[in-house]
Design a protein around this ligand. Structure first.
Ligand code: HEC
Length: 130
């Protein structure tokens, strides 16, 4: 016996999941990360609109792009800015220094400063800065 979903049933199923689909497709507003960005002083050194500040590089449009960094043993390395890189850039900025910048400028944000959830929110925010 073949079972078919009747059209009214199909329609009600669709209507049922519609709000869910809409909420998934909506962009996150990143309000929590934006607040952290202010409170933790990221904004003092990093622009989010592509303008270059004297202290640090802009964070606009960097996700997925390659950058030349200096590693701890002063070797130049081309690296793709993925999630793991951004995590290191926040948690352990001395590990890789963006070429042309001073290594002592960016503070290290340990767990006492930013929780893992905070770092994840910031990374998602940086990813959204296209
Ligand atoms: C006192 C200035 C200063 C503050 C505050 C600061 N940064 Fe930085 N940041 C820098 C500098 C300078 C660099 C480049 C040198 C380096 O790689 O460490 C950098 C690099 C980065 C990079 C890598 C950028 C790239 O082009 O690959 C990320 C991501 C980043 N910072 C995120 C943050 C976040 C998020 C915060 C706040 C929680 C923050 N920074 C706070 C100065 C700062």
């Amino acid at each position: 016996m073949k079972e078919k979903i009747s059209p009214p049933l199909a329609l009600s199923l669709l209507l049922g999941i519609l709000p869910y689909l809409i909420s998934c497709s909506q962009q996150k507003d990143h309000s929590y990360a934006k607040k952290l960005f202010q409170e933790k002083q990221c904004i003092a050194c990093h622009s989010i609109d592509g303008r270059q500040k004297s202290q640090g590089p802009t964070l606009k449009g960097i996700f997925g792009k390659t950058v030349v960094v200096l590693t701890k043993d002063k070797k130049q390395k081309k690296i793709k800015r993925d999630i793991a890189y951004l995590k290191r850039a926040i948690r352990n900025p001395q590990a890789e220094i963006v070429k042309g910048y001073n290594q002592i400028v960016m503070p290290t944000y340990g767990k006492d400063q930013l929780s893992d959830k905070d770092v994840q929110a910031l990374i998602e925010y940086i990813q959204s800065l296209k």
